[in-house]
Design a protein around this ligand. Sequence first.
Ligand SMILES: Cc1cc2nc3c(=O)[nH]c(=O)nc-3n(C[C@H](O)[C@H](O)[C@H](O)COP(=O)(O)OP(=O)(O)OC[C@H]3O[C@@H](n4cnc5c(N)ncnc54)[C@H](O)[C@@H]3O)c2cc1C
Length: 494
Amino acid sequence: MSEIYTSTASGPDSGTARERSRLSFDLDVDICVVGAGLAGLTVGLEAARLGASVAVLEGRHVGWGASGHQLGTVMPGFGLPVGDLIARIGFEDTRELWALSKQGAEFVRANASEQLIPGIAISEGALEVSNVDAGDQLISRLQMLAEDFETEVEGWQVERVRDHLRTDRYFHGVYFPRAFQIDGRKYVHGLAALARRAGARIFEDTPVVSIDSSGIRKRIVTPSARLRASHIVLAGNVHLGAPLRRLSETLLPVWRYAAITAPLGERLAETIAFKGSVTDTDGIDHFRIVDGDRLMWASPETTWDARPTRFASAIARRIRTVFPRLGPVEIAEVWGGAVGETVHGMPQIGQLRKGLWVASGFGRQGLNTTAMAGQLIARSILWGDERWRLFSPFELVWAGGSTGRVAGHVIGMWGRGSAAAAGALARYRERVRKQERIREARLAEANRQAGTRPPRPRPQPGRPRPERARPDRARPEGSPPPAVANPGGSEGAS
Ligand SMILES: Cc1cc2nc3c(=O)[nH]c(=O)nc-3n(C[C@H](O)[C@H](O)[C@H](O)COP(=O)(O)OP(=O)(O)OC[C@H]3O[C@@H](n4cnc5c(N)ncnc54)[C@H](O)[C@@H]3O)c2cc1C
């Protein structure tokens, strides 16, 4: 058995082994995508599948950026904790965004099949472990994810976590049985192959040096060709540069480094019995076993570009700190990539002006979120699906200075767009609240007549959550069954 992992080596489908095609002639397309990372390729694939003519322009080669260096863990949600999201945009919109993020993960699952991408080596389950003993917080997180966000989760008591991970560093855990992992590098090249098969044209060694997005037909300039397109999608992450420098400046580049150990033999299985991905709640460590007895581990971060090999010994030390019983570990390979972090922690997905789109800022959780962005943008362009507007409250904020500083003219347009969208959302929420009040009055009356109590209120941002019953699957294993708070009440039936 040989599980494949995200390797930095050149595979047969990587940009180095395959002859790259550079754009050297002028072209007219419906959609021009800048950047062939996960975001750009997913937009390209989805748009081509929906029948658009698509050109993806990549300055280096497919997967050159973070996308070719990720660990392949696919989880629901965003980098921003769900509680913060609720505080920022309210409960209902958070639920919608969460559902979209789950759809993004399902998109990856559907495309990362052995049939579509041979050797993708999908495996199930991810465990999020806590660095502190905070069982209470775990229970409320489980409740929220399971009940409010319809996500399959299981609580693990400290003993169970430590049965699977022999260290006293971790306490409780949240197990996501529907999360999964794939060979991340194979996935990005597989996406490119699927996009080509669907009709998208991908040109490498083709940096976009400028764009003119003012007309209906937009102009894109590369060193040896010009394109015209009705839509431009900027998916260049922190590297975008010249085409819209102010957009790049809304992202804080964070370089994350990862390594793979030499084979560790029996001692690895004796120390780590969990087969899926492990992340900690502080976002420090992220690891899993690959190839039977090797450990793949992402840990240190810098805000400057450094040679990844410099971090080999730091990663080895970190592994030993967390798992002292492993003893010394030898690092076989180290790599790194720049992720783009936004000031507010949410991805940038939306339309800057008519026909000019942005898909970036996916941070450390890019697999499900880029998939979601690709679907949202392609469907908006081709089908008029407007759900990308759920991202409008997350403005483009300059990442180089104090929070809230807005970066220039184009960004200002986004700001105005988002203010309008925020207004529309506020009005929408107001309508929903009114309907909810009517529904609650009706329900209270029905309950009064039936002799039952009203349903639990929806949590409001910033307010403590009410005590409530919770299903067994969301209860930490071994803990006593919860008291039923509302035995006769109906759950939201109208
Ligand atoms: C070590 C590490 C581990 C990670 N592990 C995971 C994980 O397990 N799960 C997960 O969900 N996420 C993970 N991530 C995060 C994930 O990799 C990123 O969020 C995601 O890859 C971002 O994709 P992107 O397409 O936005 O950017 P990129 O991959 O950076 O792609 C942008 C592309 O645009 C091109 N480009 C830029 N400007 C231009 C231009 N002007 N003209 C032409 N081309 C241009 C660049 O060359 C680049 O190829 C990890 C990241 C790192 C670094």
